[in-house]
Design a protein around this ligand. Structure first.
Ligand SMILES: *[C@@H]1O[C@H](CO)[C@@H](O)[C@H](O)[C@H]1NC(C)=O
Ligand SMILES: *[C@@H]1O[C@H](CO)[C@@H](O)[C@H](O)[C@H]1NC(C)=O
Length: 428
């Protein structure tokens, strides 16, 4: 059964994902009787119901058709799906934005992140004292508070507001400030501790929910942006980058994913649950996997992801799907070749090119960038490596640096995304 235009009208409120009730899908934009979205399976399939896909899942195939079709138990089905031969793939850019992108956001919340809180039920208050912004969020009678600190570039004013990069963890601020970009930081542990303790502003409101800490940190970025928009007129709240490194890079990626106000997502050395793949996990660095990330820091994700431990190849998505769901908004990925922890090589030659195919198909190919640099894990040099791209996106300053250069890693490993040879033709 396909959803009718009437149902699209009923469910298709132009809401951000934060406003999206569980189980419903927001189909953004005006209703278009020519686009039917396949329903999202409810309940979501378990890992046993999903095919084993040893290569990156086809981003163009709706979830329904990776499962119900598979019920026939045909052993060749998964091969066909992996090769882009699924019969019900998204065919047009319009279908991508209306059906598949919102579905991916649902899929990721279900299987990995937990459901992002309904922002329409929150009240945000902010006060500013010098360069400190105090943020208080109230929902359901509970309040969570934290603060952010602001560094403004010289010359920023309410008549000439500066773009901003919101950062958790350490960052090289000086070159950004010199480039005319504000840097704002908040202490992520005051939003959600990096542990199972469920302490911090987020949990003061949402304790008891099955939500990962990466999502809580994402929420911290968003509420910081709310506070900046309310109290810091020297910052242009429509030109916003989000960044962090390693686990905090995973959090920055979630921040980009769950709020379309984020102009540029900048995950640094982010690894598994960031832009390191679940599949192809041992190409460089320490072997970070679904299994060891879940056993080492199970709180990063919701509990559903734990059910895929030892079954990562049953996941109907991988890191490239997360990246593709950001399109057309900008993404710059930074990895060091000397990174001993994360799988820099696979991020560069597997995840990035697979996501770029989708960006290219959507006509947004310039909005995804890969920075392969020398140096190690969370090396501060990553921030200077991506700065020209950040300036291009946030300030409109052209750059000649080639962010499609995979450096010493060479070229894309196309055997990891066999569906690429069957990228749907564009209708227009
Ligand atoms: C509906 O979709 C068709 C085909 O993609 C497109 O040509 C048309 O402009 C769309 N109409 C609206 C109102 O979005
Ligand atoms: C900033 O606040 C105004 C007024 O509430 C709102 O209309 C606008 O969408 C906000 N901008 C951002 C980037 O949040």
């Amino acid at each position: 059964m396909r959803i009718t235009a009437i149902e699209v009208l009923l469910f298709g409120a132009a809401a951000g994902v934060g406003d999206m009730p569980r189980g419903l899908i927001s189909r953004q934009g005006s209703a278009n009787a020519t686009v039917d979205c396949p329903p999202i399976p409810s309940p979501f399939p378990t890992y046993q119901q999903l095919p084993v896909q040893s290569t990156l899942p086809d981003p163009f195939l709706p979830l329904k058709y990776t499962t119900t079709d598979n019920a026939a138990g045909s052993s060749s089905f998964a091969q066909d799906v992996m090769a882009g031969k699924g019969q019900h793939r998204v065919q047009t850019v319009e279908e991508w934005y209306k059906c598949r992108q919102p579905e991916i956001l649902q899929v990721l919340q279900e299987y990995q992140y937990g459901y992002y809180p309904d922002h329409s039920q929150e009240t945000v208050a902010a006060t500013r004292s010098g360069n400190t912004v105090n943020i208080a969020v109230t929902a359901g009678g509970k309040t969570g508070k934290f603060k952010a600190s602001v560094s403004l570039p010289s010359g920023a004013s309410s008549t000439k507001p500066a773009p901003v990069v919101i950062n958790i963890g350490g960052m090289q601020n000086a070159p950004y400030l010199s480039a005319g970009i504000a840097v704002v930081q908040f202490d992520y542990t005051t939003v959600a501790a990096d542990s199972n303790s469920k302490t911090g502003a987020f949990w003061d409101i949402y304790k008891g929910r099955d939500i990962g800490v990466l999502t809580a940190w994402a929420w911290g970025f968003h509420r910081t942006l709310d506070g900046l928009n309310m109290t810091v007129p020297e910052i242009d709240s429509t030109k916003v980058g989000v960044t962090g490194c390693s686990r905090l890079g995973k959090g920055a990626l979630a921040a980009g994913l769950f709020d379309t106000r984020i102009t540029l997502t900048m995950p640094m050395s982010s690894g598994v649950q960031g832009l390191g793949p679940y599949r192809y996990h041992a190409m460089s660095g320490q072997d970070e996997t679904l299994e060891n990330s879940k056993s080492g820091a199970g709180w990063w994700s919701d509990s559903t992801l734990g059910k895929f431990v030892n079954h990562a190849e049953n996941l109907p998505y991988d890191a490239h799907t997360i990246a593709a769901a950001l399109a057309p908004r900008a993404l710059v990925i930074d990895q060091g070749t000397g990174d001993q922890f994360t799988n820099s090589k696979a991020t560069a030659i597997v995840v990035y090119p697979a996501a770029k195919l989708v960006y290219d198909w959507l006509g947004a190919g310039d909005n995804i960038a890969m920075s392969v640099r020398s140096g190690g894990h969370c090396d501060m040099s990553g921030y200077t490596a991506v700065l020209p791209y950040v300036q291009k996106i946030l300030l409109g300053t052209p750059t000649t640096k080639n962010y499609n250069d995979l450096g010493s890693y060479g070229s894309p490993l196309t055997t990891t995304f066999p569906w690429a040879t069957a990228v749907p033709k564009k209708a227009s």
